[in-house]
Design a protein around this ligand. Structure first.
Ligand code: ADP
Length: 431
């Protein structure tokens, strides 16, 4: 139920984010369009102003010639005199500077039908000017022909986006940081939820595991306190041995928990010696043969000849192998089938424990090495454990400078491989 609510929350938040993203994109796009529109209007207005200034100039010229009574026949005969290049240049400069486009424009006066350029600043931009969308007919100042004033802005995109880009960048940064913090919060909550579940499982298992020895010990103590039992030496010895074995079980439990805490804090120190690991493996496997054959299972061992020496802590490496074999039995389906092998690869000695048990799903492959993690199969099948074993194994192997890998599929058995660095010295090879 809680999981469902959590998923709904994530779904709603994701929709919210998508909505914000789309709204932002919409506003940015709209803003760009508006800027472009504003820019176009500004240019059109500037061109009209240039035209009206030229009309003013022409009227002034006409008045002057009427006053003087000479040169009037020349007026309006040629485009160059109707639109003097120097005047056009100064008007254009004035208007463009007012728009904040000083030096960023090119312009020309040209005859539309024959594409003849009359005046302007156009080198290298002829084609753009002919096809420009910023054009103003000059019919009002020169009736003959179809002359136009055309303007282009080589950096127009840059100019339109220019001031806007700061907002685009800022809103992208805010969005990304919001997305990042949202994602971190979700994964933190997920991790916390998993941890809470793991801890609850651990407490359940631990209580369960503690209950049995405590009950046995208190029962034995109660029996020992009875006079009929106290006078019978055989019975006293039996109950005393129950107390001993159950308290040693409790001790092992406490040791496991303490060890995992020490590993977590990095307080475990190794006592390493250079040796061939095959003897240790043989001993441990031998100790397991009885247990496996009692379950009508099989346990095979294969050790490659001429293994290189490695530096290892005997006690901890024994525990590593014991844990792997223990799991291979615990998570078997029916009679366990286990294959142990030791071989050398380039620079490493590889200790492998394979079984044909329940296997591990892909999602759990990394999780099983975490402290207190137990897969559901463990809890479901009522297999005893605390999720400490593989965490211990991984930490010890890493303290040896090695690594552990697992190959497995759900329902198809597992292969755990421990890689330990070999001592690189040919004198250390045994024949
Ligand atoms: P525990 O056995 O106490 O649960 P471990 O740390 O040894 O803790 O193992 C963690 C989990 O990894 C187990 O709960 C189990 O689901 C899975 N696992 C370990 N070894 C095997 C194996 N050989 N086959 C299938 N699953 C395994």
């Amino acid at each position: 139920m809680q999981q469902q609510r959590f998923n709904i929350f994530i779904f709603l938040a994701a929709i919210g984010f998508l909505g914000i993203l789309m709204t932002q994109a919409y506003w940015v796009y709209n803003g760009l369009l508006m800027r472009r529109d504003q820019f176009d209007r500004g240019i059109q207005l500037a061109m009209r102003t240039v035209l009206s200034r030229m009309i003013d100039y022409q009227s002034a010229q006409k008045l002057k010639c009427i006053e003087l009574g000479e040169g009037c026949e020349e007026l309006g005969q040629r485009i160059e005199t109707a639109v003097p290049p120097a005047l056009l240049d100064s008007l254009m400069r004035q208007e463009m500077t007012q728009l904040g486009l000083k030096g960023q424009y090119r312009y020309v006066v040209f005859n539309r039908p024959n594409k003849r350029f009359v005046a302007g600043l156009f080198e290298g931009f002829e084609d753009q000017l002919i096809n420009s969308s910023y054009q103003q007919s000059l019919k009002a100042v020169f009736v003959q022909g179809d002359y136009v004033l055309s303007v282009v802005f080589p950096d127009i995109q840059h100019h339109a986006i220019g001031r806007f880009s700061l907002w685009v960048v800022l809103s992208s940064v805010f969005l990304i940081s919001l997305l990042f913090s949202f994602w971190s919060t979700v994964s933190l909550v997920r991790r916390q939820k998993r941890l809470t579940r793991i801890k609850a499982d651990f407490i359940n298992n631990m209580t369960h595991e503690l209950k049995t020895p405590i009950a046995s010990i208190s029962l034995a103590a109660e029996m020992l306190s009875k006079q009929v039992v106290a006078s019978d030496y055989a019975k006293v010895a039996r109950y005393a041995s129950v107390v001993k074995s159950e308290s040693s079980r409790l001790q092992t439990l406490v040791d496991h928990v303490l060890m995992s805490a020490m590993l977590e804090e990095g307080k475990v120190r190794l006592n390493r010696h250079k040796a061939n690991i095959s003897q240790l493996v043989e001993e441990v496997v031998h100790n397991f043969t009885h247990r496996v054959s009692e379950l009508s299972g099989k346990l095979e061992l294969n050790i490659e000849a001429g293994l290189p020496m490695i530096y290892f802590d005997r006690l901890h490496m024994t525990n590593v192998l014991v844990n792997l074999l223990d799991n291979a039995i615990k998570y078997s389906r029916g009679a366990p089938e286990i294959w142990v092998s030791v071989k050398s690869t380039s620079g490493h000695v590889v200790l492998a424990v394979a079984d044909s048990g329940v296997g591990i799903s892909l999602e759990e492959k990394d999780l099983i090495f975490k402290n207190l993690y137990r897969s559901h199969t463990g809890n479901l099948h009522d297999v005893k454990g605390f999720g400490i074993g593989l965490f211990y194994v991984k930490k010890i192997v890493e303290l040896h400078g090695g690594k552990i890998t697992v190959e497995s599929e759900h329902g198809a058995g597992s292969v755990f491989e421990v890689y330990l660095p070999a001592v690189i010295n040919t004198e250390n090879y045994e024949s």
